[in-house]
Design a protein. Sequence first.
Length: 98
Amino acid sequence: MRKSSFFLCSLAVEVVVLGLLLTHASFHREAMREGIEEKAAMVRSLGLTDLCLFTDARYTRNLSQADLFSAFQDNPLSLDHFPSGSFTTPPIWIMRRR
């Protein structure tokens, strides 16, 4: 089997799997809606804070409570060595100041 044939076969399998995943998500959206509404009501009643998205760096744990310079606290010229820093965008109010 040529490498190109193997690539095309694996690409076809991945497209089929992606289609199955999207179909599964669309079928179970309504079934999950009730549970999501219950969780939202619990969050409102308990007064919980924002979701913790990442656990590695303290400035990415809760983006609404991070200060601007905590990523550079070790050294002002240091690079961000946590991968979660590249997955998040700056807050909207920082983007508006430019």
